[in-house]
Design a protein around this ligand. Structure first.
Ligand code: COD
Ligand code: ZN
Ligand code: ZN
Length: 367
């Protein structure tokens, strides 16, 4: 079968929308018709070479679709199921899976953009194998993915909403609600008011945070996250964000979330904490980046610095909780979607993200 997809051949080059030959799903795999795919900054890191993966690769790790065909031995989903696709599929057997952190599955990391058996399902016109980002590569009309990546959803939640739950909502809301130190009524700063940061703000609101201070360089993005529960806004291109957050919080916040990805903003998150405060790093900085921390105050104030990946817990478990929040009107997903594009406009979609347009863009590959 053929599938049109957006492929990264070389870093710093635009994605190429090409027709690929796609194999049938093998044992434990399914073929999904992609309904919607989100424009997340992490794919851009890969286009720029600041995040690594094998190439050529179909990008897109935030997506949802409908199961069209199932391979041997698949019983968790059936043809016609509408699914959120997880960008980390867990093997269920490795030490991190067995110790309760399937979002950190080691086998998934080892196999990367290949399927679990170590092979690929896509070939381009030159007969070259094409990888799939995070095993799902959703900037594509169709995709063969592990059945375990699929989270079937009952009811008629729109595809674009399901796609966002696949990454930015779960990564952001999950980082807050699954944090082991979180408590209601905390003061929370969020560095980076983009697609994921918006959802950290929503998670903070779910936890009845006393203050949710959003920090960004872009005023339009700050104004946008106010709708999602930010109580105070700090424009870091105009004021010193550390001094501003400390002043707004009476000396320091209980939690600071880093949702941009740089050594500098990680250090700022640690600095704005009150004693016993917790800095949670969600953003992945460019691999060569380093952070310079004030080590003494970290110790004297018993600050905690920790990472959070994919909402800090089992993605499927967090999807279920988030769908429940969504259905009860406790979080707004649709309001985050400000732009829609056909697959052919994937590069324009990234230009808009990098230009600083607020809200999430979504590709509709079969639109
Ligand atoms: N201070 C504050 N905000 C800043 C600064 C700064 N110095 N510099 C840039 N920003 C703002 C930008 O203006 C922008 O609003 C925001 O940071 C970033 O938002 P987006 O919308 O461009 O990016 P997202 O939300 O799509 O992605 C952000 C992540 C940090 C999640 C992503 O880049 C990342 O690092 N992902 C890796 C972590 C991960 O779990 N990846 C897997 C799936 S995302
Ligand atoms: Zn993402
Ligand atoms: Zn595993």
């Amino acid at each position: 079968m053929k599938s049109k997809a957006a492929v990264l051949y070389e870093i710093h080059e635009p994605l190429r929308v090409v027709n690929l030959e796609m194999d049938d799903p093998k044992e434990g795999e399914v073929r999904v018709r992609i309904g919607a795919a989100g424009i997340c900054l992490s794919d851009h890191h890969i286009m720029e070479g600041t995040g690594s993966t094998l190439r050529p690769v179909v990008l897109g790790h935030e997506g949802a679709g409908t199961v069209e065909e199932v391979g041997l031995g698949v019983s968790s989903v059936k043809v016609g199921d509408r699914c959120i696709l997880s960008f980390v599929t867990n093997c269920g057997h490795c030490s991190t899976c067995r110790s309760g952190s399937p979002q950190l599955c080691l086998t998934n990391r080892l196999t990367g953009g290949r399927q679990f058996d170590g092979t690929t399902r896509l070939t381009d016109g030159e007969g070259q194998s094409v990888f799939q980002l995070s095993k799902i590569g959703v900037f594509s009309e169709r995709s063969v993915v592990p059945a375990r990546a699929c989270y079937p959803v009952v009811g008629d939640v729109p595809m674009d909403v399901l796609a966002l739950i696949g990454c930015c909502v779960t990564t952001g809301v999950g980082a807050v609600i699954n944090n082991p130190f979180m408590r209601p009524g905390a003061t929370i700063a969020v560095f980076g008011a983009g697609g994921v940061g918006t959802n950290v703000v929503q998670g903070a609101r779910l936890m009845n945070a006393a203050k949710v201070i959003a920090v960004d360089l872009n005023q339009e993005k700050l104004d946008f996250v106010k709708r999602f529960g930010a109580t105070d806004l700090v424009n870091a291109s105009e004021v010193d964000p550390v001094a501003a957050v400390k002043e707004l919080s009476g000396g320091g916040v209980d939690f600071a979330f880093e949702v941009f990805g740089s050594g500098q903003t990680v250090a700022q998150c640690v600095e704005v904490l009150r004693p016993n405060g917790v800095a949670v790093v969600v953003g992945l900085a460019p691999e060569a980046d380093r952070s310079s921390l004030e080590v003494t105050t970290l110790v004297r104030n018993q600050k905690i610095l920790m990472g959070s990946y994919y909402g800090s817990a089992s993605p499927h478990e967090t999807f279920a909780r988030i769908l429940d929040f969504y259905q009860r009107g406790l979080i707004d997903v649709q309001g985050q979607i400000t732009r829609r594009y056909p697959l052919e406009q994937v590069n324009e979609a990234y230009d808009d993200l990098i230009a600083g347009k607020p809200g999430r863009g979504v590709l509709i590959p079969n639109g």
